[in-house]
Write a protein that binds this ligand. Structure first.
Ligand code: BG6
Length: 484
């Protein structure tokens, strides 16, 4: 069903996020008939561009990268788009915006703040000044929301002066991924797994988001941010919540967000000694990714020569509650790693008494490998009898490949989330308390790292990170699941 009529205002409309993610996502939704015919997109930016200039730039920079763009659907799509120059430090642009939105009188207005976070307060204040904070207006806040708990609370408080919490959509695009939602369906739609989903049966859990990309053109931003703030505080902790949370009573948005919050609150605090023992930070050096030589982090544009920013993190986390006490949750993310993969690996306990001989080299445990990207699949690793006259066990797996089982296009993360905002569905967005709690948990790690004399451990680009990351797991009788 198409969305209701809407106006979607993109602050940062000339920026990278709008061109790489938001406009392509809106195009996909348009092409597949999900957008109301009267939905309009108003891009804003500080540059003095005419509508024709802006559309010309989209023609050159966005259109060539789209799937399924034809002359007619592209022309229909850009007919929805307008451009208004807004210098956020001046009031004139906001007056023009209000006048433009008043003309269409759409029942829903979405203001997507794809700008630097220090502008959020001014933009919200100006929106309120021109009356664009009525209940039909929603604001979408891009990450990173702040640099730490204090700065994120400052932004949230000032946005909260003008918008009610039910109007604020804090985006974490991992929650929009089909595969992440499927995780909930797998856990709570099947009776099979839930009884086993606890400390009595699960030995450890690994969550990896590995990237082949380096810092790209975002060196300056990344050097101030690092992997813990960029990926762990949000994406990895959200995945951890999806794996570990109790079944919510309903799919109602706060039912799910309440359960996620409980997990974040149950994470064992990382005091200084724990942060030293249970975390590894790394930084890539020159190497090769996918057969191509790549520069080291310190040689990238925008990076301080003596930077100590981490491009890799591994953490052993624990959840202090009845279901999970004592089960390590190993989290790992890094840039310039051996391959692009996001996956969750659940390792079950071994059988209590081994009846069958089996080669030592084989990992005896059952594992459930839930792969989120690049392809979406679920694999349950089991031991079976090797054919032959002796009884020897061999590892094999039950495989479910979603691209094989479900043909057809799957909505991208941004597309799904943008449609949800237009439809007023908050469930896949982070609530303020969740976000604050995630900052509270990462804060002591950042504080401890800041006091350490040693820099992050170097690792060669194109590998799985520093050796200390493997050592972290082997100290706990585990090993990272790695396939290239
Ligand atoms: C973003 C980070 O939130 O997620 C980027 O800022 C990272 O540094 C990206 O590359 C990864 O997202 P995905 O969907 O490509 O796994």
């Amino acid at each position: 069903m198409p969305t209701p009529d809407f106006d979607m205002v993109l602050f940062g409309g000339t920026g990278d996020l709008a061109k790489r993610k938001l406009l392509p996502a809106l195009f996909d939704a348009h092409r597949d008939g999900h957008l109301s015919a009267r939905g309009r997109i108003v891009a804003t930016g500080s540059q003095a561009l005419t509508r024709a200039d802006y559309l010309g730039a989209l023609e050159r920079q966005v259109r060539p990268k789209l799937d399924g763009a034809t002359e007619s659907n592209w022309l229909e799509f850009i007919a929805r788009i307008d451009y208004i120059q807004i210098d956020v430090r001046e009031t004139g642009g906001f007056d023009a915006l209000a006048a433009r939105l008043a003309e269409s009188a759409a029942p829903v207005a979405v203001c997507y703040l794809a700008t630097a976070p220090h502008l959020f307060t001014t933009i919200c204040e100006q929106l309120a000044r021109v009356g664009l904070n009525t209940p039909n207006v929603r604001v979408v806040l891009e990450k990173p929301l702040g640099h730490d708990l204090t700065s994120s609370e400052t932004i949230n408080t000032s946005v909260g002066r003008f918008f009610d919490e039910t109007q604020i959509y804090r985006i974490d695009h991992y929650l929009g991924k089909e595969s992440v939602q499927n995780l909930m369906a797998i856990r709570f739609g099947n009776a099979l797994l839930e009884p086993l989903w606890r400390r009595e049966w699960i030995r450890d859990v690994q969550i990896t988001i590995a990237e082949e990309l380096g810092v790209e053109q975002r060196g300056d931003f990344y050097d101030r941010t690092g992997a813990l703030r960029d990926m762990v505080q949000n994406h990895l902790l959200q995945l951890l919540c999806m794996v570990a949370m109790e079944p919510p009573a309903s799919l109602e948005e706060d039912a799910i967000r309440d359960e996620k919050l409980k997990i974040l609150k149950a994470l064992k605090p990382m005091h200084a000694a724990d942060a030293t023992a249970n975390t590894v930070r790394g930084q890539y050096r020159a190497g090769a990714v996918a057969g191509q030589p790549v520069a080291g982090y310190l040689e990238e544009d925008g990076i301080a020569l003596d930077s100590r920013t981490e491009t890799f993190v591994a953490i052993k986390a624990e959840i202090a509650n009845w279901r999970w006490a004592g089960v390590p949750f190993f989290l790992r993310t890094g840039k310039r790693m051996a391959s692009r993969v996001a996956e969750i690996v659940i390792r079950f306990h071994d059988v209590p008494h081994a009846l069958f001989p089996r080669p030592l080299a084989q990992s005896p445990q059952n594992r459930l490998v839930i792969r989120l990207q690049p392809e979406e699949s679920i694999r349950l690793e089991l031991l079976v009898k090797q054919p032959g006259d002796t009884v020897e066990l061999r590892q094999t797996s039950l495989d479910l490949d979603f691209s094989e089982s479900f043909k057809g296009r799957r909505a991208g993360a941004y597309e799904r989330l943008l449609l949800d905002v237009i439809r007023g569905k908050l469930g896949l967005f982070m609530r303020r308390d969740e976000q604050a709690q995630a900052w509270r948990w990462v804060a002591p790690i950042l504080d401890t790292w800041a006091t350490l004399p040693q820099p992050p451990k170097p690792y060669t680009a194109g590998t799985w990170g520093p050796a200390a990351s493997s050592a972290l797991l082997s100290r706990n009788g585990a090993a990272w699941h790695e396939e290239v």
